[in-house]
Ligand binder design. Structure first.
Ligand code: CIZ
Length: 303
């Protein structure tokens, strides 16, 4: 089957199943092309919470499908690839979080959406890269904030708030492994380009950036008239949207290595099989879902 044929079959099955396809900006181009809704974790969570479709097919990674199930328990949530995980979300276990909470009993736990449902259930409020600072600023009082699991995002926020931030030392390998030397090399080749970086990048990389923001924020920044040539410091999947939205502009990867294998697991064939066989269902048990939803709802109320 060629691409168009399989895309057509997926669209037909989506209709038959009263399903919608949600896809993250880091997905393969051919998946992004047929999504009902395309976005970052924040946008995708909001869409999952409000859709009236019976089935949500999540072209993303496991924690995203879990978030959809937490917010819409009455819907069937399908993750086409059961092995699409997130190394960052695996960098904190529940026992470790409970130990940190004992160590910092006054701390408010702010948990990046890139985390398991169980971790969310033991947190006070969630955040995404699009709203982390806003979430932290919304916390009343003078107490410290334990930000898990991304240390780079925590340090980025710490620089912009008077609150005391305790970072957890997890990281997204794709963003964390981009080096300042790689960025400087690309900048030297393209001295007329500006550089946008994701806050999951290291402090040294962010120091070289003209703009720091989430995928959605980078997409908006790229649309600004003064941005003609942009070096992009986030996962390569975003190029699909950058090129579609701004065909006259030039986009250059900060590194060719910024490819998330987990995000690229999901192929059109996987989505077709997922819909045909109604697999893999992601369902969060109520004992975890209810406290996890509280943390997500607190974040969504700020949006
Ligand atoms: O929040 C997300 O979806 C991620 C993983 C990146 C971003 O900035 O959108």
């Amino acid at each position: 089957m060629d691409k168009k044929e399989i895309q057509g079959k997926i669209r037909k099955l989506l209709k038959e199943r009263k399903a919608i396809l949600l896809a993250h900006y880091y997905q393969r181009d051919e998946v992004q092309e047929i999504a009902d809704y395309l976005g970052d974790s924040l946008g995708l969570s909001m869409e999952a919470a409000k859709t009236d479709a019976a089935v949500i097919v999540f072209a993303g990674v496991h924690f995203m499908a879990e978030s959809a199930s937490i917010l819409s328990p009455e819907k069937t949530v399908l993750l086409p690839r059961a092995d699409a995980g997130c190394p960052l979300s695996d960098m904190i276990a529940v026992e470790q979080l409970l130990a940190a909470k004992r160590q910092y009993p006054d701390a408010t736990v702010v948990t990046y959406i890139n985390s398991s449902a169980e971790i969310k259930a033991h947190s006070d409020i969630c955040c995404t890269s699009a709203n982390a600072l806003k979430v932290v600023q919304s916390i009343p009082g003078e107490g410290p904030v334990l930000m898990i699991p991304d240390g780079n995002l925590a340090r980025y926020v710490a620089q912009r708030t008077k609150k005391t931030i305790i970072p957890w030392e997890g990281f997204c390998p794709i963003h964390h492994h981009l080096t300042a030397a790689q960025v400087s090399r690309v900048k030297a080749i393209h001295p007329d380009a500006v550089f946008a970086a994701h806050p999951e990048c290291t402090f040294a990389v962010l120091a070289l950036a003209d703009f720091v923001g989430s995928t959605t924020a980078i997409l908006s920044y790229a649309g600004e008239p003064q941005v003609r040539k942009l070096i992009v410091g986030t996962e390569r999947g975003i190029f699909c949207q950058l090129q579609n939205r701004y065909p006259g502009k030039v986009f250059i990867p900060a590194s060719e290595e910024m490819l998330c294998e987990d995000m690229k697991h999901t192929t059109l064939a996987d989505i077709l099989v997922s819909l045909a066989e109604m697999k893999h269902i992601v369902k969060v048990p109520e004992a975890v879902r209810i406290p996890a939803k509280r943390s997500l709802d607190r974040m969504l109320e700020l949006s």
